[in-house]
Ligand binder design. Structure first.
Ligand SMILES: C[C@@H](O)C(=O)SC[C@H](NC(=O)CC[C@H](N)C(=O)O)C(=O)NCC(=O)O
Ligand SMILES: [Zn+2]
Length: 257
């Protein structure tokens, strides 16, 4: 039996208020690093229309032992969009309906995480679903409705209050208009700041790193207004080209280059 707990529907913005550009898509940011065996993420959900599914077997692209991966596209941090021109990106957004839908990960206290994400990171609680016979509860949070925004799907397993995040997971990236102000708010709420605001090493964009109550890292990136502040997931990979091929051929990110 699945118990759906309806949430306020007041957050559905009028579509005319949303400007869909390439930056309104979530990107996967990867950093090449010594591979480790720990995979921290539960899974990514993505929407790929049946007609666009590739015949490639994903397994041949991934290392057999399932070790994790990280590739850094640190490059020019100021560029919030893809390397394709803005016109090409807009054409792509109109034609290609594939997009990453959600990321799922496990937390030790659902209400504690919901409070942190809503009060410190400005997300909205979109819905909860409780499955007592499977002894777990999900909570969905994001910066807009699921039919147009990438969302975080938290999983609480009854009785499990902590997890080993592992070294494969890097961070989630959130675009904010004022990193220093956001960091001050997080400190005032008792949140943990692991890297103070300042230009990224090797670049010019102002960033900061914070941790949520379970220790998952969030990078705050100073950028202008965007319809999708939840803008990246950084994973550490053992083979950059292999991972790029996977994401271009099998996954849903054919135009981020
Ligand atoms: C692309 C942008 O969103 C970044 O995240 S770049 C931030 C930069 N990343 C790395 O150094 C990745 C490699 C590192 N060894 C790792 O595995 O995390 C970073 O963290 N810079 C630190 C800083 O203080 O600027
Ligand atoms: Zn990042």
């Amino acid at each position: 039996m699945v118990r759906i707990i309806p949430m306020a529907s007041s957050i559905r913005p009028s579509l005319s208020s949303l400007r869909f550009t390439a930056t309104s898509r979530i990107g996967v940011s990867l950093a090449s690093q010594n591979p480790s065996r720990k995979l921290s993420l539960y899974h990514f959900g993505s929407a790929i229309p049946q007609s666009q599914c590739f015949g490639l077997k994903a397994s041949k692209l991934l290392r057999g032992d399932g070790s994790s991966m990280a590739i850094s596209a640190a490059g020019n941090m100021a560029q919030a969009s893809t390397n394709t021109s803005q016109e090409n990106a807009l054409d792509w957004v109109k034609k290609d309906k594939r997009r990453m839908l959600h990321v799922v990960y496990r937390v030790g206290d659902l209400d504690r995480t919901i409070k942190f994400y809503t009060e410190c990171l400005g997300m909205k609680l979109l819905r909860k679903r409780d499955i007592p016979e499977e002894r777990y509860t999900n909570a969905f949070l994001g910066y807009g409705p699921e039919d147009s925004h990438f969302v975080i799907e938290l999983t609480y397993n009854y009785g499990v209050d902590a997890y080993d995040i592992g070294s494969g997971f890097g961070h989630f990236g959130i675009a904010v208009d004022d990193v220093a102000k956001t960091v001050e708010l997080i400190k005032a709420k008792g949140g943990k700041v692991t890297r103070e605001p300042g230009p990224v090493k090797g670049g010019s964009t102002v960033i900061a790193f914070i941790e949520d109550p379970d220790g998952y890292k969030f990078e705050l990136l100073e950028r202008g207004p965007t319809p999708e502040p939840l803008c990246q997931v950084m994973l550490r990979v053992g083979d950059l080209e292999r991972s790029i091929n996977f994401h271009e051929e099998v996954s849903v990110a054919p135009y981020f280059s």
